[in-house]
Design a protein around this ligand. Structure first.
Ligand code: DGP
Length: 112
C-alpha cells in the first residue's frame, strides 16, 4: 500500500535501520526504542492488524515468530518480550501488522 509507512520501509522506499530481511519479512530497529533492543518485524504483505489475519496467513505468522527469535538472538538477547498491539486502544499506531522484540533491560509485567 503506497500510503503505508511499513510497506514503504519493507520495500526500501523509506529508510530504516534494517537488521534482517527475507522474501516474507523485514526487521528494523524501532525509531523510539523502549529498551536497548527494540526491533520491529513486519510481513512484506500488507496486513493491517492481527485481527485481519486469515487462515492463509498461518505459515506467515509462524515465520514472523521465528524471525523474532533470530533477530533477538542476533542482538544478544536470550530473554526478550514479543508484543503485538492490536487496535488503537491497545496502543497500535501503525496499521501494518508488526511484532515488537524488546529486550536488554528488566521488563515489568503487566505492561502499561
Ligand atoms: P505500535 O504502537 O504497536 O503501532 O508500534 C509502532 C512502532 O513503530 C512504534 O514503537 C514506533 C515505530 N515507528 C513509527 N514510525 C517509525 C519509523 O518511521 N521508523 C521506525 N524505524 N519506527 C517507527
Amino acid at each position: 500500500m503506497a500510503d503505508c509507512l511499513f510497506c514503504r520501509i519493507a520495500s526500501g522506499e523509506a529508510r530504516a535501520d534494517r537488521v534482517y530481511e527475507d522474501d516474507f519479512a523485514v526487521a528494523f530497529r524501532d525509531i523510539n526504542p523502549a529498551g536497548p533492543t527494540h526491533i520491529l518485524i513486519v510481513p512484506r504483505k500488507h496486513i493491517a492488524t492481527l485481527a485481519d489475519l486469515t487462515p492463509e496467513d498461518d505459515a506467515l505468522v509462524g515465520h514472523l515468530h521465528r524471525v523474532a527469535v533470530t533477530v533477538a538472538h542476533a542482538d544478544g538477547r536470550r530473554d526478550f518480550r514479543l508484543a503485538v498491539n492490536c487496535g488503537a486502544d491497545a496502543g497500535q499506531s501503525v496499521f501494518h501488522l508488526h511484532l515488537h522484540v524488546i529486550g536488554g533491560r528488566p521488563l515489568a509485567w503487566p505492561p502499561g
